[in-house]
Ligand binder design. Structure first.
Ligand SMILES: [Zn+2]
Length: 134
């Protein structure tokens, strides 16, 4: 990827996405050294109603699932921004070739070319979504 303007555009998109992800993560959890932990709900330690307690656990589990998805994406975005800084952006981690522009347009945080999409080490389903595209 040698097109400076294109990289700037993707960098801007990544920066916006990073900000949004961080805001959402901060709402859901507590951050420590870029790691997020589910917020421990203030609790009086006593539940008169067992169903209420079950609801709390379900809420926490759902938040945790959402959070881990967001956290994976957040790390990808941060990683991509770091690679832009270090000049390694747009290079496939598997074969070392330049990543296609259309691939980066679809996912600015992509770490592999289209041919090696399946090797992307992240398991967040992005590769699957993208494989439907031309
Ligand atoms: Zn490749």
């Amino acid at each position: 990827m040698k097109d400076e303007n294109k990289i700037k555009e993707l960098q801007a998109r990544l920066t916006v996405e990073q900000k949004e992800l961080k805001q959402t993560l901060e709402k859901l959890g507590d951050e420590e050294n870029d790691d997020w932990y589910i917020k421990i709900r203030e609790d009086d330690g006593f539940h008169a109603d067992l169903n209420e307690e079950a609801d709390d656990i379900e809420d926490a589990e759902r938040d945790l699932a959402v959070m881990s998805t967001l956290e994976i994406r957040y790390r990808q975005v941060v990683n991509a921004l770091e690679r832009i800084d270090s000049g390694e952006y747009g290079i496939c981690e598997v074969c070392g070739a330049e990543i296609e522009e259309e691939r980066l347009d679809a996912n600015p945080a992509a770490k592999t070319c289209i041919a090696h999409m399946a090797h992307e080490d992240d398991v967040d389903g992005y590769a699957n979504i993208e494989s439907d595209e031309e």
